[in-house]
Design a protein around this ligand. Structure first.
Ligand code: SAM
Length: 292
């Protein structure tokens, strides 16, 4: 029987057999540590009834560990050169389907309907291509993919932003968007040494558990995110300054924006990074009245 894909020896043998050369532009850093992979998988709480979505299976290191625990795995891979490799390495696992798609452009809801519809429990697990970490996470959240959670490895700096609380330097519109839809936690630190090739950055595994309903009630989600983005456009500026410059007709509406901040109990000289998500919700619901 073959050794597991993620052992350094077998990984090197597979890469050699196919003459595979890594593409930095596709964020290709493969995991070569079975213990780390099994630990990542343990944070996804898979059962024999779980359907898994993976992004970027590479040569199948993580896919293999997922296939052993879950009912079914679908994996999106953009790099055509990896298709014959995956066909070979994952041939012992009948519960894996590889989809040759760019995840960012794929109709993931349809892929779930086609492949995982009869499963009630679904999670996304991935060692993400780091160059598109944020767009991938935002796609999953904004498209309301029917998932229990996302267990995803990423660059430590991005992980720190996802879990940041008000008042910290990492807190911003990304923290708010992620925490609006999910509870976010860093569950694991991962050293550079378990990848081939080794990345230049430190990595963490983040678990996002999707909320049944959003953290706060907002009347218009798009407008809520417009307000949060505007509030952090220039971090050193006060909230009033950022809103005047970032909201539609902000300058003309200055007086109204000042009174709304006052009514909401938010000092207009505060900086965006000091406002809680609840305060942003109250504020955006009131500011919306200026546009109706
Ligand atoms: N899962 C493997 C592992 O842990 O060893 C590989 C992870 S590697 C960090 C990222 C993978 O994502 C690569 O296989 C890369 O080709 C793939 N990838 C990059 N951009 C992608 C995209 N837009 N859609 C789908 N896969 C992508």
């Amino acid at each position: 029987m073959n050794k597991e894909i993620a052992t350094p020896l077998r990984t090197r043998a597979i890469l050699e057999k196919y003459g595979f050369s890594f593409k930095k532009s596709l964020g290709q850093n493969f995991l070569i540590d079975t213990n780390i992979l099994q630990k990542i998988v343990s944070y996804a709480d898979l059962t024999e009834e779980t359907g898994v979505i993976e992004i970027g299976p590479g040569i199948g290191a993580l896919t293999e560990q997922l296939a052993k625990k879950a009912k079914k795995v679908i994996a999106f891979e953009i790099d055509q050169r990896l298709l014959p490799v995956l066909n070979d390495t994952l041939s012992p696992y009948e519960n894996v389907t590889i989809l040759h798609h760019d995840f960012l452009k794929a109709d993931v809801v349809k892929a779930i309907e086609d492949n995982l519809a009869n499963l009630e429990d679904r999670v996304l697990v991935a060692n993400l291509p780091y160059y598109i970490t944020t767009p991938i996470i935002m796609k999953c959240l904004e498209e309301h993919l029917p998932l229990r959670s996302l267990v995803v490895m990423m660059q430590k700096e991005v992980g720190d932003r996802l879990i940041a609380k008000p008042g910290s330097k990492n807190y911003g519109s990304l923290s708010i968007a992620v925490q609006y839809y999910s509870t976010a936690e860093i569950v694991m630190n991962v050293p550079k040494t378990v990848f081939i090739p080794q990345p230049n950055v430190d990595s963490v595994v983040v678990r996002l558990t999707l909320r049944k309903k959003p953290l706060v009630e907002v009347v218009d989600e798009d407008f809520f995110f417009t307000v949060t983005k505007a509030s952090f456009a220039q971090r050193r500026k006060t909230i009033i300054n950022n809103l005047i410059h970032g909201l539609p007709q902000g300058k003309e509406k200055k007086e109204d924006i000042v009174s709304i901040l006052h009514e909401t109990g938010i000092d207009s000289t505060r900086r965006g990074e000091t406002l809680s998500i609840e305060e942003f919700a109250l504020l955006s619901n009131k500011l919306l009245t200026l546009y109706s």
